[in-house]
Write a protein that binds this ligand. Structure first.
Ligand SMILES: C[S@@+](CC[C@H](N)C(=O)[O-])C[C@H]1O[C@@H](n2cnc3c(N)ncnc32)[C@H](O)[C@@H]1O
Length: 325
């Protein structure tokens, strides 16, 4: 159980009433005993004990909006705006090392009543009422050169990976990847879409599908596709969940990575382990990762051929072919 949940359970008074949750991890919903909520994360929706709302504009009313502090100030402000349209009363919880003290100040600045707080387990609870602010998704556009003279305009939204610039690992991958002349490409964990969108721009005959677990990333990629007039398919997906039974000629990924957080390793491991089931026999998985990460072994367990296509002090680009099925 997360420290935020333990803190809430010690102060049940704050959740007395009709509660709507925003961004509460699926595993924490049962202990809290709540029955409605929203998550922009397809994985959290899949593990939740009841159906959570998705997309970026939940249409709900409640007495209390319970928010688990998301990462990053821009996303935090968007979620607080959403909460303000759902309920008059806000209960926000977060950990001390995740910015709850700064968040408390942001909440106090727009509170319409007294701000109460409780502390414990390195977490803090902030309760107040908020003035209603219509949620606006602030987008940021940025140019990414993809070949001599050619560029893509990408759209970034709050909390989407690499916020407003091309990630160095992604650049390393894009410099060496070889796209087939035709066939199906899956961009797995697409973020703002730099990989799949540049594939479509460079080889218009490709049939490109981009997926991400995060609805903000899905929306950013859809906007990027529209701005560049690229006809691609963008889906919300926990790993391969939205492409069940489908096979591709290329799967390409710059997988999620946070040093020291075990769960992200599990996500990437599943990306690799389940790739053969989604590749055509002569298909390839392209993966870029930090050079010190242990991906060669799981790749070799699943593919008969694993080539290191590029390597420098920071990153390795692997191409894995001849999937073992
Ligand atoms: C390192 S970022 C790469 C983003 C983008 N491809 C790029 O190169 O800029 C990894 C992406 O994987 C997504 N992700 C994390 N877990 C996932 C999962 N279980 N299924 C699908 N996508 C996931 C994250 O939301 C994030 O956008």
């Amino acid at each position: 159980m997360l420290p935020e949940t333990r803190l809430l359970l010690r102060h049940p008074f704050f959740l007395q009433g009709d509660v709507y949750t925003l961004g509460v991890p699926g595993s924490e919903l049962a202990p809290l005993g709540v029955k409605r909520g929203w998550s922009p994360d397809a994985h959290e929706r899949a593990v939740a004990p009841f159906a959570l709302d998705g997309e970026l504009a939940p249409n709900a009313r409640a007495e209390i909006a319970l928010v688990y502090l998301p990462k990053g100030n821009a996303r935090r402000d968007h979620v607080l705006d959403l909460a303000s349209t759902i309920a008059e009363r806000l209960v926000l919880v977060g950990c001390n090392d995740a910015g709850i003290k700064t968040a408390r100040k942001a909440v106090a600045a727009r509170a319409t009543g007294p701000v109460q707080s409780e502390h414990g387990n390195h977490a803090q609870l902030v309760a107040t009422s908020l003035s209603v602010v219509e949620p606006k998704l602030r987008e940021r556009r940025f140019e990414v050169p993809i070949a001599e003279g050619a560029a893509l305009t990408l759209v970034s939204l709050p909390g989407v990976f690499s916020e407003g610039r091309l990630d160095d690992a992604t650049r390393t991958l894009l410099d060496v990847i070889e796209w087939p002349a035709r066939g199906r490409v899956l961009d797995l964990g697409c973020g703002a879409g730099p990989i799949g969108l540049s594939a479509k721009r460079r080889v218009p005959a490709l049939d490109v599908t981009l997926v991400d677990v995060d609805d903000y990333a899905v929306e950013a990629t859809r906007r990027g596709a529209k701005v560049n007039a690229l006809d691609v398919e963008v889906r919300s997906s926990d790993g391969y969940s939205a492409v069940k039974g489908e096979r591709f000629d290329v799967i390409v990924t710059n997988p999620p990575f946070h040093r020291g957080v075990g769960t992200e390793y599990e996500v990437t491991r599943a990306f690799v382990n389940e790739a053969p089931a989604h590749l055509r026999p002569d298909g390839a998985l392209w993966l870029v990762a930090n050079a010190f990460l242990p991906w060669e072994e799981p790749l070799r367990a699943r593919f008969a051929t694993v080539d290191v296509v590029a390597q420098d002090r920071r990153f390795v680009v692997y191409r894995a072919t001849r999937p073992r099925t």
